[in-house]
Write a protein that binds this ligand. Structure first.
Ligand code: GDG
Length: 736
């Protein structure tokens, strides 16, 4: 393996320019810490934006800035003011962020912003590609770069690419609103591994992939374009030791070493023997439930007035995205709420809410964590929420109560916290009361188990387990199936085709010559394919056979003017090259009278499904229905049919279709019969469905058998899709 390339919107460093000399200092954020083990000096590169727009960097200073960034193991993606405005503040934070946090009403789907988002992702790709070497491992982070995995996959098809989403992936019903939804999903699927914080996000993502892209999904694996993308959950942790040790050191501080903030916190705690502090820390973001929490605190003071003058809410709101209108409004609302409540309840010696709108140094953060009896972390939606974990880590004596929103990803792991629904004001107020009254023994027992979890699955473990899973996913990216047709194979096949004295080519229709269509009658053959087929058929001593489950009228109409042999209804009917149909017209079909009503009840209860009626077969198609509903219905229908059909009938679980037909023949028997009547020394069969497996098994072993798709098969070779089949036929058509 080569080096690790980490890609995120922002580089993990700050740049300051003093006396025309740029200096970088590392950021202390969770991501930067977590990635330490992945981003080791010399062996890794971090690609991202420096925080300085192109316009703000003078030409004379640029080389020095680039050099400083390079020394820190990073490479900078240059962004203009316009790009930052439309890509970051615009599309990322006015479309994707609100949508993925279920704030539909805040979404602004602006086409220009979207185009700049794409363009910015391309710029990131360009910088990564400038540094990429075979064997490197690429790990991309977060919602600003959702298109990057596919952009890189296109340029470097064999690269090992991982993607981690730090925010929630919303349910399909929310995601489907997004105007560029297919492109965004395909962008993410460029990765070998897509990581999210919780199983819910994983399930939502897979559900959108199934419903919108219609890719085959088995468990947590997406099969597409001949590759597998795996999706898994990796709940991000914190640098536990850093917080725990800082809290231990804090406990030993002498009075003279204490910060001003700590002195103020102490003086509140000492003002009354029942004084307590409740802490809330968030970026000032509408997803964090700040207004709801303040209102719940007001409700609490009204419902439990005995806590007045004893309990104080300390609220640290860190400025964030303050150029985005929704954030400006939130700032105004928060200021007003705090002002109103403080005005309403304050006494000469007590202000109920201490509100800081700023970012504080790490040591002050520890002052807050260690001094607070209760932490009230109540986002309305949050990918994970690290503040909750940090609070628990700093409780070195295991006292303190964490009130945590069910809507934070962290709630899945921290189930010993007091979990609350952040929209239920009364429940929040009651949880506060429970927390303030909780016996110390119970606090300790809850925190003990919370700490165990957070200590074990630290941010370093998180990064390592993602990397391990990524390498494994990369090793297993190719589905276990037949061999893909490479250049050498294609040459060999063409040469045998040319040299052969007689050539016989069997071609399935749907999924082989034509892609599946929501309306099967619309899946008419394309001119390009027909031209290639016609050319092959016109070669001397060559016979093409279209061998399909379709009924004879459809095939007969589509191929009226072509001298191909046609096999309809899986071998039940056959048309010779001179246009004569033969087959079992005499078979009794009274079974249909019993089976049709059964299928009809499934159509009634499963919107989007329909029955196809053939001469000797009934087929229930479910391609157009909800994939998860279909999964249940298929099990139900198969169980029912198994008990209903007699020995002379066969039930076939095909490609999005359940078909019932006479057990009299199959494609394998039909193909062998044709070969016996017309012996050839070049035999080829291409098909995608389970019915084609009979051909692959029964044709002589030296035949060229090709499966379209990557499912388990008896064929010797495979290819991705109908486009590849068309290209192969074109090559054969031009071979002679
Ligand atoms: C996104 C997702 C997901 C906060 N104020 C100060 C300060 N902080 C630090 C905290 C904590 C971090 O910032 C905040 O992390 P969160 O996880 O709570 O929230 P987001 O910024 O929204 O992060 C989130 C996360 O990505 C990781 O995947 O958990 O769901 O939204 O570490 O300590 N640090 C300092 N001063 C402050 O004033 N020094």
């Amino acid at each position: 393996m080569g080096k690790n390339i980490i890609v995120s919107n922002r580089l993990p460093l700050q740049i300051e320019v003093h006396n025309n000399t740029p200096k970088t200092s590392p950021s202390v954020g969770g991501l930067a810490t977590g990635m330490k083990s992945v981003h080791q000096d010399g062996e890794s590169l971090w690609v991202g934006w420096s925080g300085l727009t192109d316009e703000s960097i003078s030409e004379s200073l640029r080389p020095a800035i680039e050099e400083a960034i390079q020394k820190a193991g990073c490479s900078m993606v240059p962004l203009t003011e316009h790009e930052v405005e439309n890509f970051y503040l615009g599309h990322s934070n006015k479309s994707i962020w609100p949508l993925f946090h279920y704030f539909l009403e805040f979404c602004q789907f602006d086409k220009d912003d979207w185009l700049v988002y794409k363009q910015a992702n391309e710029k990131f790709a360009e910088v990564v590609l400038n540094h990429y070497q075979d064997g490197d491992v690429i790990w991309i982070h977060d919602y600003q770069l959702l298109l990057l995995p596919a952009l890189l996959r296109k340029a470097i098809p064999n690269a090992c690419i991982g993607f981690f989403l730090h925010i929630p992936f919303p349910s399909f019903e929310i995601f489907r609103v997004y105007p560029w939804r297919e492109e965004l999903l395909s962008g993410m699927l460029g990765a070998d591994l897509v990581g999210v914080h919780t199983y819910d996000y994983e399930r939502h993502f897979l559900s959108s992939v199934k419903r919108l892209l219609r890719h085959e999904v088995k468990y947590n694996e997406v099969y597409h374009e001949g590759r597998i993308t795996r999706v898994d959950s990796f709940p991000m942790g914190i640098d536990y030791d850093k917080f725990y040790q800082a809290a231990l050191a804090h406990a030993q501080q002498k009075d003279s070493e204490k910060s001003e903030l700590q002195k103020r916190l102490d003086s509140h705690l000492m003002s009354n023997k029942d004084s307590k502090l409740i802490l809330a820390i968030d970026r000032l973001d509408y997803t964090k439930g700040i207004a709801g929490r303040i209102k719940a605190f007001e409700f609490f003071l009204n419902k439990y007035p005995q806590y007045k003058e004893k309990v104080r809410l300390v609220m640290l709101a860190v400025p964030s995205r303050s150029n985005v209108p929704q954030y400006k409004l939130l700032k105004k609302e928060t200021d007003e709420l705090v002002g109103r409540i403080n005005g309403k309840f304050a006494t000469v010696s007590w202000t109920p809410i201490w509100y800081f709108y700023r970012s504080l140094p790490f040591d002050n953060l520890i002052d807050l964590y260690t001094s607070s009896d209760v932490a009230m972390i109540t986002p309305v939606r949050d990918g994970m929420n690290l503040v909750a974990k940090e609070y628990v880590a700093t409780r070195t004596d295991q006292s303190g109560v964490l009130i945590l929103s069910e809507m934070a990803g962290a709630a899945k792991e921290l189930n010993k916290a007091l979990l609350v629904n952040p929209s239920d004001t009364e429940a929040l107020a009651d949880a506060l009361q429970t927390a303030l009254e909780m016996p110390v023994g119970e606090q300790v027992s809850r925190n003990k188990s919370l700490q165990q979890r957070i200590r074990r699955y630290s941010v370093t473990r998180w990064a390592e387990s993602f990397m391990q899973a990524l390498l494994k996913a990369y090793d297993q990216r190719e589905p276990h199936t037949a061999k893909k047709i490479g250049e050498a194979t294609l040459e060999e096949m063409t040469s045998q085709f040319e040299k052969a004295k007689k050539r016989l080519v069997f071609l399935d229709y749907d999924g082989t010559l034509s892609p599946f269509h929501d309306n099967p009658e619309m899946a008419t053959p394309k001119d390009e394919v027909l031209n290639a087929l016609e050319k092959i058929q016109s070669m001397p001593n060559t016979q093409l056979v279209i061998i399909s489950g379709r009924d004879r009228d459809t095939l007969g109409t589509w191929f009226r003017n072509f001298p191909f042999v046609l096999v309809a209804e899986h071998g039940m009917f056959m048309r010779t090259s001179d246009g004569e149909w033969s087959g079992s017209d005499q078979l009794r079909n009274d079974w249909m009278e019993h089976i049709r009503p059964v299928l009809q009840t499934f159509v009634d209860r499963t919107p989007g499904t329909f029955i196809e009626e053939k001469k000797h077969a009934l087929a229930w198609h479910y391609r157009k229905t909800d994939p998860e509903l279909a999964q249940n219905r298929v099990v139900e229908l198969k169980t029912l049919l198994n008990s209903l059909i007699s020995d002379n009938l066969k039930m076939l679980d095909g490609n999005k279709v359940i078909e019932i037909f006479h057990n009299k023949t199959n494609k394998g028997a039909a193909a062998t019969q044709i070969l016996a009547d017309w012996p050839a020394d070049f035999v080829m069969a291409i098909g995608d469905d389970v019915t084609d497996e009979d051909m692959f098994i029964e044709l002589p072993p030296e035949s060229w058998t090709v499966k379209v798709g990557f499912q388990k098969t008896e064929a010797s070779y495979c290819m991705s899709n109908t486009d590849e089949v068309a290209a192969l036929l074109k090559t054969l058509a031009e071979a002679i």
